[in-house]
Design a binder for this molecule. Structure first.
Ligand SMILES: Cc1ncc(COP(=O)(O)O)c(C=O)c1O
Length: 427
């Protein structure tokens, strides 16, 4: 048996930073990442055979809990018939039909293999359809790692941004305007100045990549109205929120219809599936119908699609989201009460099966407010919970995820651990 530390050492020799996606390296909390050997329901086990209650949930997809037997069986059955054909299949048509039936804003969709591909394609589609170059995004929202989206806000309200990653030439983000989340005034100003050149506004309609931040009343409605008025495409990036906050994503909860929607995570049930979909007239710009190019060797992969279809069937059962939301609230209410009892500044928020924990007095509404939290307190909480067998996301800027298998006993075990941890933090 190798320890996590031994594996991490070994990993660092063959993989940059020892991980295949940066947040897994524990850089923002310090310490050694747990190397996961297996997972079942609400639990993951590391290579040292330590069991953890898991609130990462593969960063969103594991809404049914890990390794749900029906999803695993669907994957097994599909794999027996071949892993990939590079030709169309009945199952991908079924997946497209299920998604279109569940999300009223989708007339058509194209399957891809990740959220990054979905958002990259949505942006290209918006630009191709409008013939405009500029895009608007919001500070703290993450839409994957394609060049034009790796940008930090400029120094002035309406100055175009700078790359947030080395290797992205400044010209590549020179068309990307990054505005403050929940500031409709900033979006109004952007449209007043650049309206005729703005191809699209892309937004996480509930933000889950700067911890959890909900849209302020009127914010999403305002985006809808401004985009319609100026002929820009409104893109809801529901990669994280789609089928996570409710049966129809944020668009179902708010009744706001975006022009394009990006999906991934839950729709693949733990396998690589993403999608971009929306208005038929926009989707008609995609190759082979139109001039906007997009393709993928493994797009609509039969094994991944089988996992997605099984997942969507199971989460479509009556009462699923009511139970999920109730369990999530049991967690966040319980944590808040225990922090309060210990006198720790702490707030929590939740929507569907997604939650945010903040080491500050109130729930934040912007990236600036999230950044104002007590990161040291979060780090102490994170490590002390890990010691007690509870695995939260290893960063103060990530949302957490509850699955259908986080029953009362699992949540209460988490709360017992938290009570001891908060008391220790106070001491
Ligand atoms: C809202 C959102 N969009 C896009 C992405 C990128 O998805 P992927 O990691 O599948 O490329 C993520 C990933 O966390 C996300 O949360």
């Amino acid at each position: 048996m190798s320890s996590n530390a031994e594996l991490f050492d070994r990993a660092c020799r063959s993989i940059p930073g020892g991980v295949n996606s940066p947040v897994r390296a524990f850089r923002s909390v310090g310490g050694t990442p747990r190397f996961i050997k297996r997972a079942q329901g609400p639990y993951v086990w590391d290579e040292e055979d330590t069991r953890y209650i898991d609130y990462v949930g593969s960063w969103g997809p594991a809404i049914l809990g890990h390794a749900h037997p029906e999803v695993v069986e669907a994957v097994r059955a599909a794999a027996l018939d071949g892993l990939s054909f590079g030709a169309p299949t009945r199952a991908e048509v079924e997946l497209a039909e299920v998604l279109i039936q569940r999300l009223p804003s989708l007339d058509q969709l194209r399957l891809v293999s990740s959220g990054t591909e979905a958002t990259m394609t949505a942006i290209r589609l918006a630009r191709g359809a409008t013939g405009r170059a500029k895009i608007v995004k919001f500070e703290g929202c993450y839409h994957g790692h394609s060049d034009s989206l790796l940008v930090k806000a400029g120094s002035g309200l309406l100055t175009f941004g700078n790359p947030s990653s080395a290797g992205v030439p400044p010209e590549f983000v020179s068309h990307t305007l990054t505005l403050e989340y929940n500031s409709l005034a900033a979006v109004q100003a952007a449209f007043a100045e650049h309206g005729a050149d703005i191809a699209c506004v892309i937004v996480e309609p509930v933000a889950g990549n700067m911890n959890l931040i909900k849209p302020a009343p009127g914010f999403l409605e305002g985006l809808r109205e401004l985009c319609t008025r100026h002929g820009a495409v409104l893109i809801f990036d529901e990669v994280m929120t789609g089928f996570r906050v409710g049966p129809q994503g944020v668009q179902g909860l708010t009744g706001i219809k975006p022009d394009l929607t990006t999906l991934a995570k839950v729709i693949g049930g733990g396998m690589p599936v993403g999608a971009v979909g929306g208005r038929a007239d926009l989707m008609a710009h995609l190759a082979p119908l139109g001039g906007v190019y997009q393709a993928g060797t493994l797009s609509g992969n039969p094994v991944a699609v089988a996992a997605g279809l099984a997942t969507l069937r199971l989460i479509g059962q009556p009462g699923f989201y009511e139970r999920l939301a109730a369990q999530t609230l049991r967690l966040t209410d319980g944590l808040r009460q225990r922090a309060q009892a210990a006198g720790i500044p702490f707030a929590a928020d939740a929507i569907g099966g997604m939650f945010g924990l903040y080491f500050r007095d109130s729930v934040p509404t912007s990236f600036a407010e999230v950044s104002d939290g007590d990161v040291d307190a979060f780090k102490r909480f994170f490590h002390a919970m890990l010691e007690r067998g509870v695995h939260f996301a290893p960063s103060a800027y990530e949302a957490g995820f509850v699955s259908a298998t986080h029953d009362d006993a699992v949540i209460d075990a988490t709360l017992d651990a938290a009570e001891a941890v908060f008391a220790g933090m106070k001491a």
